[in-house]
Write a new protein. Structure first.
Length: 167
């Protein structure tokens, strides 16, 4: 059975390199990949370099626990170290946002709370899947973005090429 998942990708260290590497790894593990535009945003929760952020939608036959383990493994393969600090610079941050319409707290909280809290998650999600309904809020991502205080966090779309190949 195929499951629909959404993943947020963020990086503020060697941003272009790690965003591209993250996508290559995601494509190796998941199918039917689609992407939002890439956004640049100020660091939230700490003083740091700006982030690149996007949201990826994909399909998978993997159970929830395996999806979470796969994302953590991809982060580690890309030099991510998990420190005690929640807010810090990172090579690659892959967060599972949704897994079908599952609402759970184990092995991770779904839908991820950051969907409703952070513009760098909600805006690309609303752009990628505007008519999908948030499993708890009961509103589409487009509606949630329209209701969000869009002045609370600064982010802007950037030109981003996913591969170095020309043509």
């Amino acid at each position: 059975m195929s499951h629909h998942i959404t993943i947020s990708l963020g990086t503020n260290i060697q941003r272009t390199h790690y965003a591209r590497s993250g996508l290559v790894h995601l494509k190796a593990h998941f199918s039917d990949i689609s992407l939002s535009r890439m956004f640049e945003s100020e660091a939230v929760g700490f003083n740091g370099s700006p982030f690149y952020n996007c949201v990826i939608a994909a399909a998978t036959d993997k159970p929830l626990e395996e999806v979470v383990a796969t994302l953590k493994a991809i982060e580690r393969e890309n030099g991510r170290t998990h420190s005690e600090k929640k807010f810090c610079a990172r090579t690659l941050d892959l967060d599972l946002l949704t897994y079908d319409n599952v609402v759970t707290t184990h092995p991770v909280r779904l839908p991820r709370a950051e969907i409703l809290q952070n513009a760098f998650v909600l805006q690309p999600l609303a752009e990628l899947l505007p008519d999908h309904v948030h499993p708890e809020a009961g509103k589409t991502y487009r509606q949630l973005w329209q209701e969000y205080d869009q002045t609370s966090q600064r982010l802007w779309p950037i030109d981003f090429t996913w591969s170095d190949s020309k043509g």
